[in-house]
Design a protein around this ligand. Structure first.
Ligand code: PLP
Length: 383
């Protein structure tokens, strides 16, 4: 049976299902220097700063590539060679932050935590007090690898109280979860267009404190990941990109930005995901499935399910059965092994999520899984 790509719903933790209008915004060929591209880029940068409350204190710099490119460029800009960074690791993406820092020659001290309890300001404070050489703290906001929402407010307070800078990977959370870079005095955050902002992949955004951006001049050993140059070129060329941008992706993002605003902004986006998440979680639990996390610590953009104990269960067969029903889901990762994940982000609504739960039940029947609950010795991670 051929896949009907127009009906494939992506339930991965990004990229996600986008609206037809967002995809159709790409059906025009524009020069990178066209007024439209320049205007759309400027509007997007302004809007992202507004969401983060960084208009007065920070700059927003777009970069070709994915969000990881923005993270790497930010680390070049904000930290010096040999600098020591405390990385909070409570999932796959925390590990990734450490990997990027080590690759560019920074010293990494890991605060390694199990999935729960969540890392606290007190723990971060103690780690910083124990090592005065540490200049920066890096943490994920939503750790998509497990689905937890980290308490960045208390972590940022602990870091700033000790004069250390804080970097937050807001790649998965930006556009839906509260973030005030001015109040928390966050040095920098990295943003994806293709998660809660519901645009298409191909660019990343960095929000960085103005003084840090200015101080980054001449520091990056990379030509393409030089955030200062990317910004200063854009400033001095009336908003043009320094190297060829993915113009179609920029146009799609402009459409996604306009829609985000028209639908009620960040708060409305989070409410939409909460409704999606609740419908999916209620329906799946009724069918016998169990989440890995208690609800209080779950970010309502991705659900993590314990594998059914039934010996007939295997992820590849389940994935295939779901894909044939038009839904793409995601395996668990590292720290969340023995789970599967279903996202709630994107242009999907509670009706879609009810259909997903039905497709899960049908797929399990198809592959012969009768007992949907986890093995008795696998309990919920506890707070
Ligand atoms: C998706 C994601 C990333 C990586 O984004 P890419 O677009 O693949 O570079 C980083 N951090 C978190 C928390 C994510 O969810």
């Amino acid at each position: 049976m051929p896949t009907d790509f127009t009906h494939n719903i992506l339930l991965t933790p990004g990229p996600i299902t986008t609206t037809r209008a967002t995809k159709e915004a790409m059906l025009v060929d524009l020069s990178p220097n066209a007024e439209e591209i320049v205007g759309m880029t400027a509007t997007a940068r302004r809007y992202l700063l507004e969401i983060a409350n960084g208009t007065a204190t920070h700059e927003c710099v777009p970069l070709q590539g994915s969000a990881t490119y923005a993270c790497e460029a930010l680390f070049h800009a904000c930290t010096a060679p040999g600098a020591k960074v405390l990385v909070i690791v409570n999932g796959f993406y925390g590990l990734r932050l450490g990997e990027i820092l080590e690759a560019i020659g920074r010293r990494v001290v890991k605060l390694e935590k199990p999935i729960l309890p969540l890392p606290t300001g007190a723990e971060v404070g103690a780690a910083l007090d124990a090592d005065p050489e540490i200049t920066h703290v890096a943490i994920c906001h939503v750790e998509t690898g497990t689905g937890v929402l980290n308490r960045i407010e208390e972590i940022a307070k602990a870091a700033r109280a000790r004069g250390r800078n804080i970097f937050v990977d807001t790649v998965a959370s930006f556009g839906a979860f509260p973030l005030d870079v001015a109040a928390l005095d966050v040095e920098a955050v990295a943003i994806s267009p293709n998660k809660c902002m519901e645009g298409l992949p191909g660019i990343g955004f960095a929000i960085i404190r103005k003084d840090s951006l200015i101080a980054a001049e001449g520091k990056s050993p990379s030509i393409s990941l030089d955030l200062f140059k990317q910004w200063s070129f854009m400033e001095s060329s009336k908003g043009q990109w320094r190297f060829t941008p993915p113009t179609h992706v920029v146009a799609a993002f402009a459409n996604a930005v306009a829609r985000h605003k028209a639908e009620g902004g960040r708060e409305a986006r989070l409410e939409k995901y909460r409704r999606n998440w609740k419908r999916l979680v209620d329906a799946m639990r009724q069918n016998g499935f169990r989440t890995m996390l208690p609800d209080e610590v779950s970010a309502p953009i991705v659900t993590t399910w314990l594998d059914p104990a039934d010996p007939a269960y295997n992820f590849p067969a389940f994935y295939e059965a779901m894909r044939r029903r038009g839904f793409t889901i995601f395996p668990g990762r590292l720290t969340a092994a023995g789970t599967f994940r279903i996202g709630c982000m994107g242009d999907v609504d509670p009706e879609t999520m009810a259909a997903v739960a039905r497709a899960v039940a049908e797929s399990m029947d198809e592959i012969g899984v009768k007992h949907r609950g986890p093995a008795a010795d696998r309990t919920l991670a506890t707070a």
